[in-house]
Unconditional design. Sequence first.
Length: 314
Amino acid sequence: MKKISIIVPCYNEQELIQLFYEAVQKVYETKIVPIWPQYGLEYWFIDDGSTDNTLAAFQQLAQQDLDQVHYVSFSRNFGKEAALYAGLQHATGDLVAVMYVDLQDPPTLLPQMISGILEEHYDVVGTKRTDRKGEPVIRSFFSNAFYGFINAISDTKIERGARDYRLMTRQVVDAVLNLPEYNRFSKGLFSWVGFKTKYLSYENQDRAAGHTHWSFLDLVSYSIDGIINFSDKPLALASFFGLASFIIAVLAMIFIVVRALIFGNPTVGWPSMVTIMLMLGGLQLFCLGIVGKYISKAYLETKHRPIYISKTEK
């Protein structure tokens, strides 16, 4: 029997495990089995170092459905990207889906996604949100700005509003697993490997329970990682700033010398000098920060540390 694997990264989501399972099972039994009875279902829940009873919820669910439900529990919190990678490693299905347990990824789209692969012969069927209703305005603004910026500076284009929620063939999953980098940005990796891809649009969904664990600063940091992982344009930007500062400084020197020859050398105020020094110093630190970020990523890659450490598996 063929199989569909559902990868579900979780971090402190104990109240959502059963709700998610029941929602997906309902779609599977009523919408998928009647059309594609040859496909079974398996779940891979990834516990990303939760501090609540998420692991206990996995174990309880596994007792209800011993054949379908599997889980991996990390030794600590390694982050969403590590959880996704672990799920891809463990999934055994012919088709593999990535979903989040908060039900913001509608399970009702699964039949359309399966149809896209089996009947329309796509390799990947992804999803994207058409709106961001319910999100803070500033978060929506910066999210849209991120997609515009990274697509402008990177050769790897990322669909605006794209989610990690997608269904992939085994060939696509194997291609992603063959990318060994420690610093991972899955949306970029999914796009980088290519393959024939289709996107389904849907309106933003509210969480079924609880609250998001992603703060605004977390999202900013994640966005910076994505930019650094898929573009070297910031390094070119730092070089441009350095060259521009040098040219401006040379022109300023010429202006000062000419002014002194024509008008003498009157005493000038120190505030303008301090302002210029602070501006150039800040610019230098900014450029060093860009270079340092790339160096730190390369440094982490050379350590060859595991992406995650598993404590418990079933």
